[in-house]
Design a protein around this ligand. Structure first.
Ligand code: HEM
Length: 452
């Protein structure tokens, strides 16, 4: 089924925002550099000066920023189909994410989300967790032998291995997957490039070359997987059919796979890295989680255990509250709408922020402190969009249970194998990188003490 290019994609952003309070900062650059270094502080400054809705230029683009759970709810639930995700993300990601779920709106998006349905059913999830354990065991048993262990690069490699197996049914050791990984790294760099032209010598070109290499690989893999049995996501996607019993085209399936891998990898890498960071600092919580896991009396979590490890669950939620891997979400209006008392014209860019909402002092106790028990006290239940690391509504993260499973499986194996602490004194608090994903700048050097 072909969907025509929507009319609203042909129009430039509306930047006539004179009636909205706020300021853009420096010409062209706006407040981008300050924001990248201290995102919460910059948003808070705007909020205190202008209230929850203001204009700002935080990522080289002019936005209306709307802070707080009510606005996350309005944009995510989008009951009148007012907000386009495709146009929200088009400038930074459009070329790289082309064809991905987030780059499709409304009926077209609904049609495409079906491609992923079998791959995220419970039976499939059970198999993925079984596929993960041997890889986690193999990699983590090597970690303790490294002389200068840095958590971030090691968890990244581990999750790539898992991704190759679960998403593609392949083993990471092969040269093919190594070159795939390089293409993803090039794309990630390209996405952040300042000069956004596909010209020779530019980082953007390198990123686009990465995208082209991935397209070649994925458009070839899809037809090979049709009619073949397999428990990996690529095989599930390739065999999915439309309501008219037709396969989706190789291009469509391939583009969804590229986006899926991107959406899955850095988000979970960041969450696990930040968890290791907070737990290296908070030895009490680390031991409490270990006791809970020991209580299960088995070396690995099974699918059924995921919902019973309450402390670990609260720890996952708290890490995502403190450092949501998707800190800002973007949309562009397709029709006139009211937002916090202001009328917005069509084609206006709007940003909402889990990063800010997750630390608003009017909702959270000790908002900048690591306190997983706040989820036992149900602080997050004061508003259904107060804790929203996975978004909501039509575009709600399709991989949220997968992320939960991966986080809990990897962290439980780590805590049952090692006691973790900082490699150097004075490592806490570390200087943080906030974008594109949160992690300590020093890549988190850790001391791992093997447990009997
Ligand atoms: C902790 C890890 C993760 C976080 C915090 C996260 C967060 C998000 C958020 C906030 C969105 C919605 C963005 C928006 O509406 O603007 C999203 C969408 C999405 N995520 Fe995740 N994600 C995570 C892991 C994953 C994983 C593991 C997968 C795949 C296995 C995945 C696949 C997707 C896909 C395909 C979408 C687009 C959904 C759609 O447009 O319908 N994510 N994610």
């Amino acid at each position: 089924m072909e969907f025509a290019l929507p009319e609203y994609t042909r129009t430039k952003d509306n930047t006539q925002l004179g009636h909205i309070p706020g300021s853009y900062g420096l010409p062209f650059l706006g407040d981008t550099f300050r924001f990248v270094l201290k995102p919460f502080e910059v948003l808070d400054e705007h909020y205190r000066k202008n209230g929850p809705v203001f204009k700002a230029s935080l990522t080289f683009q002019k936005f209306v920023v709307a802070l707080g759970p009510d606005f996350i709810q309005q944009l995510m639930l989008d009951s009148k189909q007012t907000f386009s995700a495709r146009m929200g993300y088009n400038t930074p990601l459009g070329d790289f994410f082309a064809g991905g779920l987030l780059m499709r709106d409304f009926d077209e998006h609904k049609f495409h989300r079906r491609i992923m349905q079998t791959a995220f059913k419970i039976d499939a999830m059970r198999t993925y967790v079984e596929m993960m354990h041997p890889i986690i065991d193999r990699e983590m048993s090597r970690w303790g032998k490294q002389p200068k262990f840095h958590f971030y690069p090691n968890i990244k490699t581990l999750l790539l291995d898992i991704g190759a197996k679960v998403f593609l049914g392949m083993d990471m050791e092969g040269p093919e997957t190594r070159s795939l990984n390089e293409s993803f790294i090039d794309m990630n760099e390209g996405m952040l490039a300042l000069i956004r032209k596909d010209w020779p010598g530019l980082t953007y070109r390198k990123g686009m070359d990465g995208r082209r290499a991935l397209e070649k690989f994925f458009f070839e893999i899809v037809p090979q997987r049709r009619g073949v049995a397999g428990n990996d996501m690529a095989t599930f996607f390739s065999n999915e059919k439309t309501e008219d019993d037709q396969y989706y085209s190789d291009k469509i399936v391939g583009e969804h796979l590229i986006f899926l891998l991107l959406a899955a990898h850095d988000t979970t890498t960041s969450a696990l890295t930040m968890a290791a960071y907070y737990l290296a600092h908070d030895q009490q919580w680390q031991q409490r989680l270990r006791e809970e896991l020991k209580g299960l009396g088995k070396p690995h979590l099974e699918y059924e255990d995921l919902s019973t490890v309450t402390d670990l669950d609260h720890c996952f939620k708290e890490v995502l509250r403190m450092n949501p891997p998707v800190p800002m979400m973007m949309r562009r209006t397709v029709k006139e709408v009211e937002l916090g008392g202001y009328q917005l014209q069509p084609h206006t860019m709007v940003q909402i922020s889990p990063l800010y909402t997750h630390r608003m002092e009017q909702w959270w106790s000790n908002p900048h402190g690591f306190d997983p028990d706040r989820f036992a006290r149900e602080e997050h239940k004061q508003h259904s969009f107060l804790w929203a690391p996975f978004g909501g509504g039509a575009h709600k993260c399709i991989g949220l249970h997968f992320a939960d499973m991966l986080f809990k499986s990897a962290l439980s194996r780590l805590l049952l194998s090692y006691r973790i602490s900082f490699a150097d004194s004075g490592q806490y608090p570390s200087r943080m990188q906030h974008f594109p994903f949160a992690k300590p700048m020093d890549n988190l050097p850790l001391k791992l003490e093997a447990l009997a």
